[in-house]
Design a binder for this molecule. Structure first.
Ligand SMILES: Cc1ncc(COP(=O)(O)O)c(C=O)c1O
Length: 260
């Protein structure tokens, strides 16, 4: 259950404290590839998630400039109606790079908003049959997925496990299975607050119980895996990529969610 009022009550003192230490709500006056300037000085930038700094790469910038000149800053029509050619070119390139159908979204959050309700509905990206679903969240799954719980709960059962606790997960999958529900596990590849998911073990549970995995690999993409395909990809071995791979660009980093 979402309780925004209570969350504001709990969070505001920490937010104010971070703000007073210039850790939040900071205005940047300038930046380079690896530094930022505030009114207090210039600092090495450890905050950006653009791990390979492609957003400051001169080839990327000049290609972006050409595209802006040809297409304007924003073609303001729903993607479901028209796709501009550079967007299709981008998705074709990503499909080749990742070896799986790729769709781009303007942010990771919008990727989750589009995908998780489909999974909650029992729709399977690899088959036509639908199942009643239990979505099992790792307790540390990123907030951009957990904030959808009230919506997902309208079509699926929602459950939660202790962080990376595989025994707890297996127990939940068994209970769901015995009641005729298919499990979908939701977590991060590399957790945004530290640590990583036990991908090999999750894949093995997924095979054993026909469970879907939905893993947000925002922080694993570009720095891990062959050609930057991400942390999760390192564990797939000869297993073919999922038929449906959701890719997501956000402020220069590549964010990706896998449905396995
Ligand atoms: C793991 C993870 N997923 C999703 C998001 C949300 O990304 P966005 O701001 O692109 O919606 C973040 C934010 O940093 C993140 O760390």
């Amino acid at each position: 259950v979402r309780n925004t009022k209570s969350m504001i009550g709990h969070a505001s003192k920490w937010l104010s404290s971070a703000q007073s230490k210039s850790l939040m709500h900071v205005e940047l006056l300038a930046r380079t590839r690896d530094s930022v300037t505030t009114s207090s000085g210039t600092f090495i930038d450890f905050s950006s998630c653009s791990y390979l700094a492609y957003d400051t790469d001169s080839d990327v910038i000049s290609r972006a400039r050409e595209t802006l000149e040809a297409w304007g800053t924003h073609y303001c029509v729903a993607r479901s109606r028209f796709s501009i050619q550079p967007n299709i070119e981008l998705e074709t390139g990503l499909t080749k790079l990742f070896g799986a159908n790729s769709i781009t979204f303007p942010s990771v959050t919008s990727c989750h908003m589009s995908t998780l309700p489909l999974l909650a509905s029992g729709f399977s990206p690899t088959g036509k049959e639908t199942h009643p679903v239990t979505i099992i969240f790792d307790e540390f799954a990123h907030a951009s997925m957990q904030f959808l719980i009230p919506i997902l709960a309208q079509e699926a059962r929602i459950d939660k496990i202790r962080h990376n606790d595989l025994n707890h997960l297996e127990e939940k999958i068994r209970i769901a299975g015995s009641q005729g529900y298919r499990s979908v596990f939701v977590g991060d590849g590399l957790y945004s607050m530290g640590g990583h998911a036990p991908i090999a073990e999750l894949l093995s549970l997924s095979n054993q119980y026909d469970m879907l995995l939905y893993l947000d690999d925002a922080h694993g993409t570009s720095i891990r895996g062959q050609n930057g395909r991400g942390y999760v990809s390192e564990f797939l071995g000869n297993r073919s990529w999922p038929e449906c791979l959701l890719a997501n660009f956000s402020l220069g980093r590549v964010d990706i969610s896998f449905i396995l």
